[in-house]
Design a protein around this ligand. Structure first.
Ligand code: FMN
Length: 484
């Protein structure tokens, strides 16, 4: 996966490819009010196809919602440009090779594009024209922005940030933008408001999955644009057009773009955007600013990319934890040898656990890996528990990982680091929300668990009871007919 291998260039192209490989189902007539969310949940428990909802009651035929898009290994592979036959850890490995090779490419302004087919302003710019789903039963409202990309510009040096922040429709022309403390969008808003200026925002709903991938994960730092990163991944620049009222660059092939401003105090309106059903299988809420909508641009028959956290969608939002690749590269860069896999998640618990497997060659190697991974930027969104296991453990299998913790770690192998930087309002223990300083940066703890056999006692390691794989396969084939 070191050279670009993308068979699509926008969301529609990706949908076409997903259908070609038999991983897309079309659903007609499901209601935006809970039904789309419920079908997405029920289907994800049974089948990993992407779902394209059309003929949504109350909306024109063609105004669609795409959900469960990337929950299959093959549809994730389509996004990443990966070979079809990789295992999950192999895909994490292949993706990290691609990340190592990426050179950002500046986006190019192409003037007009499919997204400029319809430009709505004034009362026409009405959010309720679009079939935003009520994803979970007790959500506070309809979220148009779940698999979205929020575009903003820095007031000082004009760099453009693109991040995924959830957005709830408040009414016809108001929508929340839930950038958490520490996110670039939040920092940028503060600068405008400090000067009493309204903060221009463009919310992109439905775009090239590579742009979504780049916006929703901390691959880029301050001053770096996710468009350029996505262009580098693709091997050709992301084509953009100027937003109708903000002038912010938005993807030319975007499905739907909502533009507006978040006014400064005293007009600034902060509201609870939740409850919203989260990956923790519980509802969450936050106090977030409201954007006043000025214009909407959309393609003919727009497709909203819906990436609401549903309990079966783990890892989330792709079928491999894409930031694990970045952590793996950090470990390699830090000179830690013998890493054989990195994975975020423990069964359905995501992304709190970061699991690393190593082939031990010296004492202290596991701790070294845990410390490096615990504090790197790629791990600031999750990874509150960093577990290091031997390479015989399947890191994608929670039973294997828990067995290693139970059988190979002692209390001395568990250590807690306090006051670590995090970009996610969650974490182990009651101290998870400690905020410090003016910009309320979030801090969290990290629990390091060395669940490897002690290296010094490697000669005493008990022999594994696992049958030799070739022998087990032979026995299975011999008895398959009568026993299975
Ligand atoms: C599906 C999805 C939903 C997300 N929702 C939010 C959110 O509501 N608020 C938030 O601050 N981050 C959210 N994130 C994480 C950010 O998009 C991510 O940390 C990104 O790197 C932000 O970058 P920035 O600080 O450059 O804006 C979400 C990520 C994904 C993939």
């Amino acid at each position: 996966m070191t050279s670009a291998a993308f068979s699509y260039s926008d969301l529609r192209g990706w949908i076409h490819e997903a259908e070609r490989i038999g991983k897309l189902k079309r659903v007609a007539g499901a209601h935006w009010d809970k039904e789309i969310g419920c079908i997405s949940e029920l289907m994800a428990e049974r089948d990993t196809s992407a779902l394209l909802f059309d003929e949504i009651p109350g909306y024109p035929k063609g105004f669609r919602v795409l959900s469960n898009a990337f929950i299959d290994l093959k549809t994730t592979g389509l996004v990443l440009g990966a070979a079809e036959d990789l295992s999950r850890v192999e895909m994490v490995d292949a993706w990290r090779q691609r990340l190592k090779a990426v050179t950002p490419l500046c986006s190019v302004d192409v003037g007009v594009g499919p997204v400029t087919e319809h430009v709505l302003t004034g009362p026409e710019a009405d959010l309720l024209r679009f079939p935003a789903p009520l994803w979970h039963e007790k959500d506070a409202g309809r979220f148009l922005g779940t698999g979205c990309a929020v575009v903003t510009k820095d007031l000082d040096d004009g760099w453009v940030n693109v991040g995924t922040y959830r957005c709830r429709v408040v009414d016809h022309n108001r929508i929340t933008v839930a950038a958490n403390p520490g996110k670039h969008g939040t920092d940028m808003m503060r600068k405008y408001h400090a000067q009493g200026k309204p903060f221009p925002v463009a919310i992109v709903c439905g775009m090239d999955p590579l742009v979504f991938l780049s916006a929703g994960h901390p691959y880029t730092g301050s001053g770096e644009c996710a468009y350029d990163f996505a262009g580098g991944l693709r091997g050709s620049p992301i084509e953009v057009v100027e937003g109708a009222t903000t002038g912010l660059p938005v993807p030319a092939s975007a499905e739907l773009v909502i533009e507006g401003e978040i006014p400064p105090p005293p007009k600034l309106e902060m509201v609870q955007d939740g409850p919203f059903g989260e990956w923790k299988r519980s509802y969450s809420s936050g106090t977030h600013p409201v954007m006043e909508v000025k214009s909407i641009m959309h393609r003919k028959d727009p497709i909203i990319l819906g990436v609401a956290p549903l309990k079966a969608h783990i890892p989330f939002p792709f079928s491999i934890p894409v930031m694990a690749s970045e952590v793996w590269n950090v470990l390699e860069h830090a000179g830690i040898p013998g890493v054989t896999g990195v994975w975020f998640g423990l069964g359905l618990i995501w992304p709190v656990f970061l699991v690393i497997s190593i082939k031990q060659s010296y004492a202290g190697q596991a701790k070294q890996a845990a410390l490096a991974a615990a504090s790197c930027r790629a791990n600031t969104v999750g990874g509150m528990y960093v577990v290091v296991v031997d390479d015989d453990i399947d890191i994608t299998n929670e039973k294997d990982v828990l067995l290693a913790v139970a059988a190979r770690a002692t209390i001395e192998d568990i250590q807690v680091l306090h006051g670590m930087i995090t970009k996610a309002p969650m974490g182990p223990g009651s101290r998870r929300h400690r905020a410090a300083g003016e910009n309320r940066q979030l801090l969290s703890n990290r629990v390091l668990i060395d669940a490897c056999w002690p290296f010094a006692r490697r000669d005493e390691f008990p022999v594994s009871t696992a049958f030799d794989q070739a022998y087990a396969h032979q026995v299975l084939e011999k008895w398959r007919g009568s026993l299975l």
